[in-house]
Design a protein around this ligand. Sequence first.
Ligand code: SF4
Length: 385
Amino acid sequence: MAQFFYSQSKMGLYRECPLKYKFRYILKIPEKPKYFFTFGTILHSVMEYLYSTPQFPPLEDALKFFKQKWSAQTWQEKGYGSLEKEQEGFLEGQEIIKKYYAKHLADNLHPLSTEMKVYADIDGLTVMGIVDRIDYLGDGKLAILDYKTGKTLKREPDQLMFYQKLLENSPKLLPLVQARDVEIQKISIEKMLFYHLPTLTEDSFKPVPSAELDLFWKGAMKTAENILAEKFEPTPSEQSCRWCDYRGSCPVWNLNQEPKPEQEQEKPQETLAEKIDRLGQLSAEGRALKAEIIKTLKEQNLNISFGTSYKAELKENEVLTFKDEEKTLEFLKQNNLLNKTLKPTVKSILALLDDPEISEDKKQQLRALATKEIKTKLQCVKTED
Ligand code: SF4
């Protein structure tokens, strides 16, 4: 078996759905290209390029570098839906670079590293990650930065804690710092930042205390153990299944898929009577189908499953009934709760109109208080044989 490298993205994908993890990392079936990933990867490489020399290279060079990276793939290979969308992405990328350049040119910052691959042996596992940027703050203190390129800046505490654990255990960082500051014997992570490139804003965090980090790492180790034990049961959810590239091979997704019907023959025009019969039949079939789906989902221990265009989800509602009316009334009286429950509802007022103990005159007066609206409702019930 190939060596197992544990990373934050593997942990995240496994937690999203273990079967998806299996398709991606064990069966090595590549996912379809996604434009937002390509966009992010290219902007990351531009950031690396900007910091590759003691000072920012000229802006024209940075834009040329961006264009080269961008042109290396077609719009389809980048995962865009159309050439127009891809061109919008290109212009957006250019704008981001120009604004970033203008804002940070004067910083004259020399990061300790950019896009550095970090490895550490932790609890018998080889843990790895790519850290977008590490800045040296002096006195052995480090700032860890992660670029974000999505529409909004999402906080991902798991990612930060994973990096914190990885970097605190990495043997690579101290020599890197010592190359700059020979006196330093100990390093510490001072802050961790998400930098949102589209808005040029950053969100900064203090590293979590060791007790919290230990707890997080326990969970991360449990996930790694499950991966190594090859536990790959699917855990479908609307969010992960909707964008999953493996639906075609996933048993959950295909659970109730029927073979596609053959090309339908042109039907003669249906009479009203036939339509009524068909509606009744479809409703009955719908009810039977619903019962079958519920049964299958329960047997398969699933809460959700998908057709090609619909999803079926089991939802449980708690239904309470009070069979002993006397006792319930007594309880309400004793606890002064009766008034609260006897507030008139539309349903209870309408019931008065059918109450034989109320005079027709009173019913007329009550009816006059109501606003009348005719709503059409179709009932389709089986006729007596
Ligand atoms: S379709 Fe859903 S359940 Fe199946 S692998 Fe993808 S995420 Fe998992």
